[in-house]
Design a protein around this ligand. Structure first.
Ligand SMILES: N[C@@H](CCC(=O)N[C@@H](CS)C(=O)NCC(=O)O)C(=O)O
Length: 220
């Protein structure tokens, strides 16, 4: 059976968990935190998520795991068959990672650790996010899914890539990502309604105290 290594508070973990569930695959969720010896054994970078495949191979990087799942389990596809449309889904996925999650993530130390963030960093983060907003506004179809009428990996990636912008936007930038892109609010609400999203959100909620305890221990 596939093993997904990580923890349910992690948005990156949840992207891959959602893909496994959407494809109807059997998997075991092995709860482990960044830098743990068990995680280092499957991902030398010590980051979440990682995966042990049915054949015993170890893999990491959320986007790589999504591609692997589609290659190994093409049933219930989450990418279109047409190469251009497939690349379009990958483009949206990249946009979500590079222009929503990654800039916003730079402000997490201010959320979880009360760190002071220099004005210049706040401006850079805002600039990155504005680029994401412009790109998503131009490229998203929301018809009803982000790439058109089928649920794709881009929907899963975007859903969880918005998690940190949703936290740091209002609290650190006086800005609301969901309101910034036409149609994003309706799409986000629709995505949240699915049975899979509800299960993942409930698991995330249930993991909050344990994750906070991990952070405290790590801070020493
Ligand atoms: N590029 C990686 C990012 C994974 C990532 O940053 N995961 C976080 C948890 S949400 C983590 O493990 N952070 C610990 C660290 O950076 O040491 C991916 O797409 O899987």
């Amino acid at each position: 059976m596939i093993t997904l290594h990580g923890f349910p508070f992690s948005n990156y973990h949840n992207i891959v968990k959602h893909a496994l569930m959407a494809k109807g695959l059997d998997f075991e969720e092995h709860i482990t935190y960044p830098g743990s010896p068990e995680l280092m054994a499957v991902n030398p970078l010590g980051k979440v998520p990682a995966m042990t495949t049915e054949k015993g191979a170890t893999l990491s990087e959320s986007s790589v795991l999504l591609e692997y799942l589609e290659d190994a389990y093409p049933e219930s596809p989450l990418y279109p068959a047409d190469p251009e449309q497939r690349a379009g889904v990958r483009r949206l996925t990249k946009l979500a990672e590079l222009y929503f999650d990654l800039p916003a993530r730079r402000l997490l130390p201010a959320v979880f650790g009360n760190a002071e963030i220099p004005e210049a960093t706040l401006a850079e983060v805002r600039e990155g996010l504005e680029r994401g907003v412009a790109g998503l506004t131009a490229l998203a179809r929301f018809d009803p899914y982000v790439a058109g009428d089928e649920l794709t990996m881009a929907d899963l990636y975007l859903r969880y890539a918005l998690a940190i912008p949703k936290i740091i936007g209002p609290s650190k930038l006086d800005w609301d990502v969901v309101a910034a892109v036409p149609g994003l609010g309706e799409w986000d609400a629709m995505m949240a309604e699915s049975e899979i999203s509800r299960k993942i959100d409930a698991d995330q909620q249930a993991n909050t105290a344990e994750f906070m305890a991990y952070l405290q221990k790590r801070a020493g």
